[in-house]
Ligand binder design. Structure first.
Ligand SMILES: [Zn+2]
Length: 103
């Protein structure tokens, strides 16, 4: 209910009920504040990743993983960055080997 409220998925009556409850319940206000903070962090984390890197990173995710498009997977790009770095280093190494072999 709280998440639906924060994502603007409630009709007017339900929204009012949640707001009224938040006004009287410190416990739920705390939870709402936490959820808002998490939501903002997720949006910021996603903004920091350039779109083209995000797309190429997804190309590297095995298609068998059902959670590949989930927010969790999107936030967990660090291992993908590491493997991208590794691919870059390997490519440079191979280019050098080809150059040496060509001489
Ligand atoms: Zn409550």
């Amino acid at each position: 209910m709280l998440i639906d409220y924060l994502n603007d998925r409630l009709d007017e009556a339900k929204r009012r009920r949640v707001v009224a409850h938040l006004a009287s319940c410190g416990e739920c206000r705390k939870e709402a504040a936490l959820l808002i903070r998490l939501k903002n962090n997720q949006e910021m984390a996603l903004k920091e990743v350039p779109q083209d890197i995000k797309l190429s990173a997804f190309d590297l995710v095995p298609k068998a993983q059902p959670q590949e498009k989930s927010l969790l997977a999107m936030l967990n790009l660090e291992p993908v960055y590491d493997s991208l770095k590794l691919v870059g280093v390997t490519m440079q190494f191979m280019k050098k080997m080809i150059l040496i072999g060509g001489n």
